[in-house]
Design a protein around this ligand. Structure first.
Ligand code: HEM
Length: 537
C-alpha cells in the first residue's frame, strides 16, 4: 500500500497522495504504466470501430461499472467525522478499559445516519437517527453503536426484519413511508404494541433533530462493565451534546428537506471546517449487577424501557470532540463497519435479546456489503492495536502472512499453547451463570408496553404535546386503511385520553374506548418529575 495521510487525530483517512491522478503530472493504468491519452478509445481509423485490445478503455470502463457497493440494509444515509475521546478517569472504578482512564486520548470515527431512507434520501425526515462511534483504543476497537433515542421498537432481534420490512418503502410502488403510504409501518407498530414507546419518541420533536451536533446518543441496551478485580456493574451509555438538544419544528423540517436535503450533512461538515468542533460528554447510568437484572422494578434487559435519570443520574466519564471531516466519503463513511461485538477488556454484553441478535447481524451484513471477510483491513476499520490473528486468505486479503503453521500449539513456527486467563490484558467474558429450559418466550415484564409511553407523555410541556398530536394526526392521516387508523387511536387511548381525543378529532374519527387501563395513572413522585429529562432546547 502507498503512503497514507492521517487525520489530526492520527487515524488514517484512507487518502493516498499517490492516488491523486487528477492533479498529478501524469496518468497511469492501475498497473502503473504511463498513459498519454484518456479521452479517445483505440480505433481502427478515426471513425472506428473500437478495438477490443484497448486495455485502458476496458480497465477504465470495467472499474467504473463496479464502483457501487450495496448500500446498508438500514442506516444507508449517513455522514461522519473523525475526532478524539478523552477519558475523565471517573469510570475507572467500574471498568478497567484503558481508554476510559484519566486523560487517555483515543481517536474516534463517528457516523450519524437516518434509519429507513436510501443513500440519496433527505436528512430531515421524521426518523430515528443512528449515532455510531468507533474508538480506536490501544486494546483494540470498541464500537458503541447507538441511536438518538434511548429505546427501540422491538424486544427481540428476531422481529428486526419484520419491523424494517414494515417501515421500508411499499414493495409494490417503492414509495417511501415518509412521503405517502404509511399503512405497513402503522400496521406493525399498532399490532406489536411494544413499539409504542419508540414510536412516541419518533412522533416527538426528537424525530426531527435540528442538527447531528445537537442530538443525544444512547447505547440503548444495558451493558456490563468489568473492573480490575473482575467486579461487574450494569450500565446504560449516554452521549450528551455540549450544544444542547434541539429540534426543528415540522414546518421547518419540510422546508429544509425541500430546499436542502443535505441539511444535516452540510451542517456537520461546515461546522467542523469552520473550527466549531462539536462535543459530547459520554456518561453512564450505573446499576448493581443483580441476578434479576432489574432496577427499581424496571427490567434492564428490555430495550423498550428507559431508567429515568432522576433515579439513576448520568455520570460523565469522558469527552468527545469531532475535529476533522473525512477526506473521502466512500473510503471512510461508506466503508466503515460498526459491530457491537467489537469490545475491549472492561466492557461486556448482557442477555438483552435484541442486543444478542445484533451481535450476529452486523458482521453478517458486512460480509455482503464489503465483499468478504477482510473488511477489518480497510484503513477506516483498521485497529490501532497490534494484530496477531490466525485468519488467513479470503477475498481482498491485503496482509502477507508469514510462517507455515497458522494454528496453536504448533511445532514448526514456535507457537506455544495458550490459556484463557494467562494474559491479564486479554478480553475474558464474564463467567455469568446460564441455565434454563429452551423456550421461545419473553419474560412477563416484557408485557408492559404502556407505562413508559405514558411517563414520556406526562413529561412533555404543552407545546411539545401539541407537536406530538400534530405528528400522529399527520402520519396516521396518511394511512389508506381505516382499520389501521382506528387501531392507532386505540393505542393512543392506552397512553393518554387527551392525546387520543385530539388525534381522533384531527382524523375525523370517533374516540375509541381503551383496550385496558392507563398503565401508570399515578407515577411515583420520583418518576413524575421526569419532565426535566427531556429539555427540547
Ligand atoms: C446499522 C443502531 C438494532 C441490524 C445500524 C447503524 C446504527 C444502528 C447506528 C448504522 C451504523 C453505521 O453508521 O454504519 C441500532 C440500534 C439498535 C439496532 C441502536 C437497537 C437498539 C438492530 C437490530 C438489528 C440491526 C436488532 C438486526 C437484528 C443492523 C444492520 C445494519 C445496522 C444489518 C447495517 C450495518 C452495515 O451495513 O454496516 N444500526 N441498530 N440493528 N443495524 Fe442496527
Amino acid at each position: 500500500t502507498g503512503p497514507e495521510t492521517v487525520s489530526p487525530t492520527g487515524q488514517p483517512t484512507g487518502a493516498d497522495p499517490a492516488r491523486n491522478a487528477q492533479s498529478g503530472a501524469y496518468l497511469t493504468t492501475a498497473q502503473g504504466a504511463r498513459l498519454y491519452d484518456t479521452d479517445h478509445s483505440l480505433k481502427a481509423g478515426p471513425r472506428g470501430p473500437v478495438l477490443l485490445q484497448d486495455h485502458h478503455l476496458r480497465e477504465k470502463i470495467t472499474h467504473f461499472d463496479h464502483e457501487r457497493i450495496p448500500e446498508r440494509v438500514v442506516h444507508a444515509r449517513g455522514a461522519a467525522a473523525h475526532g478524539v475521546f478523552r477519558g475523565y478517569g471517573t469510570a475507572a472504578k467500574v471498568s478497567k478499559a484503558a481508554f476510559l482512564a484519566k486523560d487517555v486520548e483515543t481517536p474516534v470515527f463517528v457516523r450519524f445516519s437516518t434509519v429507513l431512507g436510501s443513500r440519496g434520501s433527505a436528512d430531515t425526515v421524521r426518523d430515528t437517527r443512528g449515532f455510531a462511534t468507533k474508538f480506536y483504543t490501544e486494546e483494540g476497537v470498541f464500537d458503541l453503536v447507538g441511536n438518538n433515542m434511548p429505546v427501540f421498537f422491538i424486544q427481540d432481534a428476531i422481529k428486526f426484519p419484520d419491523i424494517i420490512h414494515a417501515g421500508k418503502p411499499h414493495p409494490d410502488r417503492e414509495i417511501p413511508q415518509a412521503q405517502s403510504a404509511h399503512d405497513t409501518f402503522w400496521d406493525f407498530v399498532t399490532l406489536h404494541t411494544e413499539a409504542t414507546h419508540h414510536t412516541l419518541w419518533n412522533m416527538s420533536d426528537r424525530g426531527i433533530p435540528r442538527s447531528y451536533r445537537m442530538m443525544e446518543g444512547f447505547g440503548v441496551h444495558t451493558f456490563r462493565l468489568v473492573d480490575a478485580e473482575g467486579g461487574t456493574t450494569l450500565v446504560k451509555f449516554h452521549w450528551k451534546p455540549k450544544l444542547g438538544v434541539h429540534s426543528q419544528v415540522w414546518e421547518e423540517a419540510q422546508i429544509t428537506g425541500g430546499v436542502d436535503p443535505d441539511f444535516h450533512r452540510r451542517d456537520l461538515a461546515d461546522a467542523i471546517e469552520a473550527g466549531a468542533f462539536p462535543q459530547w460528554e459520554l456518561g453512564i447510568q450505573t446499576f448493581p449487577d443483580n441476578p434479576e437484572q432489574t432496577f427499581r422494578g424496571i427490567d434492564l434487559l428490555d430495550p423498550t424501557k428507559i431508567v429515568p435519570e432522576e433515579i439513576a443520574p448520568v455520570q460523565p466519564i469522558g469527552l468527545m470532540t469531532l475535529n476533522a471531516n473525512p477526506s473521502n466519503f466512500f473510503a471512510e463513511t461508506e466503508q466503515v463497519a460498526f459491530h457491537l461485538g467489537n469490545m475491549v477488556p472492561g466492557i461486556d454484553v448482557t442477555n438483552d435479546p435484541l442486543l444478542q441478535g445484533r451481535l450476529f447481524s452486523y458482521v453478517d451484513t458486512q460480509l455482503t456489503r464489503l465483499g468478504g471477510p477482510n473488511f477489518p483491513q480497510l484503513p477506516i476499520n483498521r485497529t490501532h492495536a497490534p494484530v496477531n490473528d490466525m485468519l488467513r486468505d479470503g477475498m481482498h486479503q491485503t496482509a502477507v502472512h508469514r510462517g507455515v503453521a497458522p494454528y496453536r500449539p504448533n511445532s514448526l513456527d514456535g507457537g506455544c499453547p495458550f490459556h484463557a486467563g494467562a494474559d491479564t490484558r486479554a478480553f475474558i467474558e464474564v463467567p455469568a451463570e446460564v441455565e434454563g429450559r429452551k423456550v421461545r418466550e419473553a419474560p412477563e415484564s416484557f408485557d408492559d408496553h404502556f407505562s413508559q409511553p405514558r411517563l414520556f407523555w406526562l413529561s412533555m410541556s404543552p407545546v411539545e404535546r401539541e407537536h406530538i398530536i400534530g405528528a400522529y394526526t399527520f402520519e396516521l392521516g396518511k394511512c389508506y386503511e381505516q382499520a389501521v387508523k382506528e387501531r392507532g387511536l386505540k393505542v393512543l387511548a392506552r397512553i393518554d385520553g387527551e392525546l387520543c381525543r385530539k388525534v381522533a378529532a384531527g382524523l375525523g374519527l370517533p374516540v375509541p374506548e381503551p383496550d385496558g387501563p392507563l398503565a401508570d395513572p399515578e407515577p411515583s413522585p420520583a418518576l413524575s418529575q421526569v419532565g426535566s429529562v427531556w429539555p427540547v432546547d
